[in-house]
Design a binder for this molecule. Sequence first.
Ligand code: MN
Length: 197
Amino acid sequence: MTIKLPELPYMKDALSPHISANTLEFHHGKHHRTYIDNTNKLIAGTDLANETLEMIIKKTAGDAAKAGIFNNAAQVWNHSFYWQCMKPKGGGKPTGAIADKIKDAWGSFEKFAEEFKNAGVTQFGSGWAWLVLENNSLKIMKTANADTPLAHGLKPLLTVDVWEHAYYLDYQNRRPDYLTAFIENLINWQFVNTNLR
Ligand code: MN
């Protein structure tokens, strides 16, 4: 089974000015595509060639000899998930079941937003900030490089990419400003609610 690059769920200029078409052109068209091409090359002819992407990630997690496959496959999954976590005119306060769960866990959306942003700001080097379900409880976490909650038995609900390639063309070194824009203008809460089910 060949892994294919998914289409973006919106036009390349649809997230502008928060994320430019130029960033999406490189991020989706070059970075994501490279992870896909590398994964396909690395699994070709191996016993992983017929597995789903999720199974490839689970079967290679923690195996130093298969770190190259894990890193590329996890980055494929993380990016496909990240694109869906955003939409034009998104962000701000959530609605639906996730709104109640966030209020139960953090007391207010503002407190959640502060801690989610902080997870992204404090991820040293490349990685991801996440909202996940762990035993039916909401939890904010961060992962380094390609690491993904899927490899730790957690259910991802929302992610933001904090690799420099995600924001450098638009924000240069201002990762906190990118995270603020993501929270206030881009989060697709409908998608997050769908992941809760
Ligand atoms: Mn990325």
